[in-house]
Design a protein around this ligand. Structure first.
Ligand code: CUA
Length: 164
């Protein structure tokens, strides 16, 4: 006869076993819900552009801000040592801004700290972020990837103007 005591699950063991299943399952559910339900995902490659011909590409030949629909703005931005073009973007409060950006030379960063936008701008890759600006004010755009001697001067800003 086998000793049945060896397979007995005690209550305090159960108290450890159940959470060790429930916690990963809960995290997986949260991941699926946020990824597919709320559309939260890591910034990825949104397109490709020849890094030697950025200025001639359809997307980046005229960097700037364009109103694409009421309250919707598209920003086509290039990063180059050591500036963003455009480096000042003005939109009215309540606007959604669709940023499309790439680098003309080396790896740059694109950080809007107040809106948790954090992109890497890589030569040859197009990055995208969509941000809604509800509160009037100035929102700095910072290069946060070391890109050379004047890296610390590389910045731009979004100016959100109050609606009149
Ligand atoms: Cu561009 Cu640091």
């Amino acid at each position: 006869m086998a000793d049945r005591r060896g397979t007995t699950i005690y209550l305090y063991e159960l108290a450890w076993i159940l959470p060790s299943f429930a916690i990963p399952v809960g995290m997986l559910v949260a991941l699926v819900v946020t990824a597919f339900g709320a559309g939260v995902h890591l910034p990825g490659v949104e397109g490709r552009v020849d890094p030697t011909k950025v200025a001639e590409s359809a997307l980046f030949k005229t960097p700037g801000v364009v109103e694409i629909a009421p309250g919707q703005y598209e920003v086509r931005m290039t990063a180059q040592i050591w500036s963003f073009a455009p480096n000042e973007i003005r939109v009215p409060a309540g606007s959604t801004v669709h940023f499309w950006a790439t680098s003309k030379d080396v790896v740059h960063g694109f950080l809007i700290p107040k809106h948790i936008v954090n992109l890497m701008l890589l030569p040859g890759q197009v990055a995208h972020a969509q941000v809604r600006f509800d509160t009037p004010g100035e929102y700095p755009i910072i290069c946060h990837e070391y890109c050379g001697i004047a890296h610390h001067t590389m910045a731009g800003k979004v100016i959100v103007e109050a609606r009149r």
